[in-house]
Design a protein around this ligand. Structure first.
Ligand SMILES: [Zn+2]
Length: 409
């Protein structure tokens, strides 16, 4: 599997200037590649492939000086990114999706990527009669120093300061340099061997919500930090200040940066919370199976009353990270059908006759009189469904016997 390590890099003023120039060039290249495909399709109905565009790029590099100044790897990756967008678009067309999403014109590009190649290295042994040996080695992007900062090798630029606050693992394959509001970062993608899956023993289920971020099947709750709502006040102030400045002026740019920084911090806070939460769920209570409901987040987000809270909660990231951490540490993550999890009694298995609105926080069963916290009830239902799936049984909502078998906690 692939793991990406993120480090801050500190280019000098001169290096920043060159990197920014390259970003502008790559943006133009990506847009023109997109434009070529658009024109070719509209006028002749033909399809321009990635390899066609790469051939054109080689010609352009021979002809124009400004093309030669930028490393070819960066340009190839920009073309590949464009190709990826078109492949995804064609896939959506084939599936006849509601939103086809034609690849958009990019206002700016923020990152440059290059691959690390393998090369042949000759190793000489110290004894006289030993033969020359050749081995295949991958380029190491990092040069270690005895100072606070190590150095990152960037093609055609030289060595840029990088702060290695944690060691790299595995075999580095690709490096991306990204410009953010708070500075420059290097993402190093490494290939690491797969972790074997552990035998599933202890399972926990979570039900996500907006009142509490999540409720586990043990009845524990995690409060919802509502980062966006907290950040809204300052956001409004920064935006207002920005709108009062002349667009493009020095002071406008300063304010624009402030606003971007504010957004980035909110994102960081959210990711920090989710990362710690996922770790806690797996490792603090020694659970090796995590079960959640399989929500189509983009569908519920269209509910206009809840959309802001749901977008703010970032359940998409939460579920993705649950799956990623499970893969990294050899644990299990399972998503079940979310239908009626909050409308069914976890004790007797009967579905509530009246639809429970979100405002009602306790679940009162009309059939067996079981009363329980709404989210806790849903979490137990999710766990029961997963137990059914684990035994290879099909889930039937009103099949009470199946449920009673699985309540062995
Ligand atoms: Zn009941």
């Amino acid at each position: 599997m692939r793991l990406t390590f993120k480090y801050p890099v500190y280019p000098t003023q001169e290096e920043k200037r060159i990197l920014e120039k390259w970003l502008v060039h790559l943006c133009d290249l990506q847009n023109s590649a997109r434009h070529d495909r658009l024109v070719a399709y509209e006028t002749e109905g033909t399809f321009v492939s990635l390899s066609d565009q790469q051939t054109l790029l080689r010609v352009a590099r021979e002809t124009y000086n400004d093309f030669r100044e930028v490393p070819q790897d960066f340009q190839n990756h920009a073309l590949r990114r464009n190709d990826k967008a078109f492949t995804a678009f064609r896939k959506r067309c084939k599936e006849n999706a509601v939103k086809k999403g034609y690849p958009r014109y990019k206002k700016r590009v923020r990152s440059l990527t290059w691959s690390l190649r393998k090369y042949t290295k000759v190793v000489r042994k110290k004894t006289k009669d030993a033969e020359k040996q050749t081995i295949r080695v991958r380029e190491n992007p990092i040069i270690e120093t005895q100072f606070r900062h190590n150095r990152l090798r960037v093609p055609k630029l030289g060595q840029v300061k990088i702060r290695m606050h944690r060691p790299l693992q595995g075999d580095p394959k690709e490096v991306t340099i990204i410009k953010k509001a708070s500075g420059w970062y290097a993402h190093i993608s490494c290939e690491i061997p797969d972790t074997p899956k552990v035998e599933p023993t202890d399972a926990i289920a979570v039900d996500v919500g907006t009142t509490h971020y999540l409720t586990t099947s043990e009845g524990e709750k995690e409060s919802n930090p509502r980062w966006y709502r907290k950040a809204e006040g300052l956001l409004r102030k920064h935006s207002k200040d920005l709108s009062r400045k002349k667009k493009g002026s020095q002071r406008w740019q300063k304010q624009h940066h402030k606003l971007a920084l504010h957004h980035e911090r909110t994102t960081n806070r959210r990711k920090d919370f989710i990362g710690k939460l996922v770790y806690k769920l797996y490792h603090h209570q020694k659970n090796n199976v995590l079960v959640a409901e399989g929500l189509g987040v983009s569908n519920i987000i269209q509910n206009k009353h809840l959309s802001k809270s749901i977008a703010d909660a970032s359940w998409g990231i939460f579920f993705k990270w649950c799956a990623d951490i499970a893969e990294r540490d050899g644990l299990h993550f399972h998503q079940v059908d979310p239908k009626n999890t909050s409308q069914t009694c976890s004790a007797c298995g009967e579905k509530s006759q009246k639809k429970l609105s979100l405002a009602i926080r306790t679940f009162d069963c009309q059939f067996c009189g079981h009363a329980m916290d709404r989210d806790h009830n849903a979490a137990i239902n999710i766990l029961l469904r997963a137990a059914c799936a684990h035994r290879g049984e099909r889930w039937v909502t009103n099949l009470t016997e199946t449920r009673n078998l699985s309540v062995d906690r």
